[in-house]
Design a protein around this ligand. Structure first.
Ligand code: PMP
Length: 428
């Protein structure tokens, strides 16, 4: 099996200013070299009127679709009436509404006694705050992370991230973190978890006593690696018995991506600290939360700070999203059934081609290619045919699908038709 010589989209299709002015660090616009303009639900239209089905959804920031009309109308009302936009962490009516609704619809029904911190508007901010807090609470420095983890681009978050190219970008040693094998790292041959347990308990194991373990229940950037429920439960139990804090990074898998609001609910565990961002505002507006058990709230006022921690338009759309989608269990059920539908179609694509397999949970589903470059080629062909999907994994060997959770069954079907054609064309 080889990747066919398919014409890949060319960056020179973009206006010159992208190459002459924007830094070389730009990335998504290289794979999707068109100028996007309008967006609604799961559809994007470029400046030439070409339509794309969006199975990328802002890397998971648009679980409720682009310009969701219910959220948009709340946002427009808020702005039209000159309600306050920027306020750092000053109290505002929009923030009161968000905190009250989050407690009522998300925390209380799940029996989660969490305090809410607004750490700054990005996922990396939420992770930095989580790591700092874990270190402050325990007085220990070391953090356990997992192979192929991704937690963000700031130095603390990078230190617990696996990808060697991204780590190298730090330019300084990334310390105080020890990687352990994620579930199924050895393809089920060895019980991966035992290594961690063993070195933790062995006085000759050489492991500094960790403050915390940070884990994704499904590794989105790492290749859609899905941790088994039993593995997550065993990890939570290990942390509890050894007095190590458990941080679940739910930046990409939270807000319903895997079905329930928090991705760890499937395992019945209660992490000590949780990070949320991406889809928490519901509208693609920057917002992040670090949640933790109330006993862990040892912050001094202002000890973790930031100018953009109280973005009121994000609170408004976040509150509306919670009220619209999380009052009942209906949205969770719909997501699970859409996820099963996507998975059935991916299994069928995988079954028709050697060296291709399907993986995922809920509405994060993926195809893994043994011939890694084929994944990139598939995304290139899919783009030419009007579908946005990105690759992930250490060798970009996985085509990852993150459609908005509100995508209709007809649109899911249409996107999967394009994907099936792209796979067939690539592997022909
Ligand atoms: N954690 C996880 C699990 C993520 O997927 C990401 C972003 N892909 C981050 C943290 C970092 O979020 P941000 O890009 O908003 O800093």
């Amino acid at each position: 099996m080889t990747s066919a010589p398919i014409l890949s989209p060319s960056e020179t299709d973009l206006p010159e200013v992208y190459q002459s002015v924007e830094s070389e660090v730009r990335s998504y616009c290289r794979g999707w070299p068109t100028v996007m303009d309008h967006a609604q639900g799961s559809h994007i239209t470029d400046v030439d009127g070409r339509q794309y089905l969006d199975f990328f959804a802002g890397a998971g920031a648009l679980n409720y679709g682009h310009n969701n009309p219910v959220l948009k109308s709340a946002l427009i009302d808020y702005l039209t009436n000159d309600r306050i936009v920027h306020s750092l962490d000053i109290a505002t009516a929009a923030k009161t509404d968000f905190l009250t609704t989050f407690e009522e619809l998300i925390l209380k029904p799940r029996g989660l006694d969490y305090k809410v911190q607004f750490p700054g508007p990005t996922g990396a901010n939420a992770v930095e705050a989580a790591l700092k807090l874990a270190r402050k609470v325990t007085g220990r420095e070391s953090i356990i992370n997992f192979t192929n983890a991704f937690h963000g681009m700031t130095l603390g978050a990078l230190s617990v991230t696996g990808n060697s190219m991204k780590r190298a970008g730090a330019g300084i040693p990334l310390v105080h973190a020890t990687p352990m094998p994620y579930d199924n790292y050895f393809d089920g041959v060895t019980e991966d978890f035992h290594w961690f347990e063993r070195v933790l308990d062995d006085s000759g194991g050489g492991l500094n006593r960790p403050a915390a373990v940070i884990v994704e229940t499904v590794q989105g950037e790492g290749g859609v690696n899905v941790a088994r429920v039993e593995w997550l439960q065993a990890l939570a139990a290990l942390c509890r018995t050894r007095d190590i804090l458990l941080i679940v990074d739910d930046v990409q898998m939270g807000c319903g991506r895997t079905g329930p609001f928090f991705s760890f609910e499937v395992a019945g565990i209660k992490p000590d600290i949780v990070t949320l961002s991406k889809s928490i505002s519901g509208y693609g507006l920057p917002m992040a939360l670090t949640l933790f058990r109330s006993e862990l709230d040892v912050w001094a006022p202002g000890e973790h700070n930031g100018t953009f921690r109280g973005h009121n338009p994000a609170f408004v759309t976040a509150t509306k999203a919670l009220e619209t989608y999380w009052r009942t269990d209906e949205f969770n059920k719909e997501t699970m059934s859409k996820g099963e539908f996507v998975r059935t179609r991916l299994d069928s694509i995988a079954g028709s081609h050697e060296g291709v397999s399907a993986r995922g949970r809920g509405m994060v589903q993926a195809l893994k290619f043994e011939d890694a470059p084929a994944a990139n080629a598939v995304c290139g062909v899919a783009f030419e045919r009007g579908l946005l999907a990105e690759t992930s994994g250490p060798s970009d060997e996985v085509v990852k699908l993150l459609p908005p959770l509100t995508t209709s069954n007809a649109d899911l079907d249409a996107g999967l038709d394009i994907l099936a054609e792209a796979v067939a064309a690539t592997l022909a």
